[in-house]
Design a protein around this ligand. Structure first.
Ligand code: ATP
Ligand code: MG
Length: 394
């Protein structure tokens, strides 16, 4: 008996015009994800099929659980559409089961001589005769045996599992994720990926005020996010000169607001350079002074590019829960300071005025600095399997 994973697309089937593109992208993503394993992937308009080697089942399933665009899946036995073969495999599948069960048959091959309900009844009888630990309950059974009869093959399965949902990564263009070492931004990245958005990550660092450990933390977070996509380009922005200028020239209460306006300016230019359409970040309404609606609006004022804030309306505890689920939390809570925390003023302004920002920004030639900063930005490519330290690449 062969085994095969049957994958249901879920949400993408509602996108009629784009369906083929979605399916093709999911297919490619699964190919990438399962590279190196002994699998054969095929597809049709309603499902994807993964044939695999039994010894690799656990690995295949754990990888499937990291791919967006999968609504549900089953691990099915694939047997020839032959009555004796079907019966034999049904008994094998049901022999360990206890409690109540029912049988559901779907006949895609209308030439099959027995009608679905009749076939379910007959197979139910067969199971009862061979397993005395089972009884029938058609309304609320512990186990439902599904029989799908196709022309050449029949699929048999009992359990359906949920995949990650969402859209396959790459069905949307690229967004630029502002990735700090904190808890919120990796979650924001994950949620954007879930909607099919490709991401590049951008990290602002202020060496020597921030450490190599802080950078490594962001690299590790990128690696953890790369599990959900094929690869992530991480752009490391040397922010020291701009940050020092801000703290030298500007009203201390406005330093954070202005620093974030500079970040947005740089994000927009990096996005244009790397073909990103939107900025994505981990801002959450009201979380800190720079994330009140007034702050957000004054900061956002420097760019027309859409800013997507996937965790804007989540509570911190909800974000933490997600961070734990996607395995970034442990890395995020490592203690290394990033450039925001190093320079935090005592009393950051909560309701900044745009005019005051502009007045402060006129005190130094930030345009030239931004230009230099962009030129000095380093990019590293991060893949799930890359474990080595990236220090020597920089
Ligand atoms: P996080 O929000 O990820 O937990 P944080 O709390 O240190 O980290 P905030 O000060 O809340 O960050 O900043 C809000 C958002 O701005 C972050 O979620 C992130 O998207 C972006 N950001 C902050 N600092 C940096 C940085 N050094 N590099 C890149 N993006 C940053
Ligand atoms: Mg935050």
């Amino acid at each position: 008996m062969e085994k095969v994973v049957l994958i249901k697309y879920g949400e993408l089937t509602t996108k009629k015009g784009n369906r083929n593109f979605f399916i093709k992208t999911l297919y490619q993503n699964l190919q990438n994800k399962l590279e190196g394993l002994h699998v054969k992937i095929s597809r049709d308009i309603s499902r994807m099929y993964i044939e695999f080697e039994e010894s690799e089942l656990d690995t295949v399933l754990s990888k499937i659980n990291q791919v967006f665009g999968i609504h549900t899946y089953q691990v099915a036995s694939k047997v020839p559409t032959d009555l004796d073969e079907i019966k034999e495999n049904i008994l094998e599948l049901m022999k360990e089961k206890t409690g109540t069960f029912k049988v559901e048959t779907k006949r895609s091959d209308k030439n099959f001589p027995i009608l679905s309900t009749e076939f379910s009844r007959q197979m139910g009888g067969l199971i009862l005769k061979n397993n005395s630990n089972l009884s029938v309950d058609v309304h609320n059974p512990n186990t439902t045996l599904f029989i799908e009869i196709l022309e050449r093959f029949t699929y048999l399965y009992t359990d359906t599992y949920y995949g990650l949902g969402g859209y396959p990564v790459g069905t949307q263009p690229k967004g630029m994720l502002m990735l700090s070492g904190g808890i919120d931004s990796p979650v924001a990245g994950y949620l954007a990926l879930k909607r099919g958005v490709k991401i590049d990550a951008v990290y602002f660092e202020a060496i020597p005020h921030t450490s190599i450990e802080a950078r490594n933390k962001v690299i590790e977070l990128s690696r953890k996010l790369s599990v959900y996509t094929n690869r992530i380009n991480l752009h490391i922005v040397p922010f020291t000169e701009i940050q020092e200028a801000i703290y030298k020239e500007c009203n201390p209460e406005y330093c954070i607001t202005i620093m974030r306006r500079m970040m947005y300016r740089i994000m927009e230019r990096l996005a244009k350079k790397h073909k990103g359409l939107v900025i994505i970040n981990g801002e959450s309404i009201g979380q800190v002074a720079s994330q009140t609606l007034v702050s957000m609006s004054v900061i956002n004022n420097v760019t027309n590019m859409p800013v997507i804030r996937p965790v804007a309306c989540l509570d911190k505890l909800e974000i933490i829960e997600l961070a734990k689920k996607i395995n970034t939390y442990e890395t995020s809570i490592l203690p290394y300071e990033d450039c925001c925390t190093v320079f935090v003023p005592k009393h950051p302004v909560i309701h900044p005025s745009l005019e005051e920002c502009i007045r402060n920004e006129e005190k130094f030639d930030y345009e030239e600095m931004i230009q230099r900063t962009i030129e000095a930005t380093n990019t590293i490519v991060i893949r799930e399997k890359d474990k080595e330290n990236f220090e020597d690449l920089l």
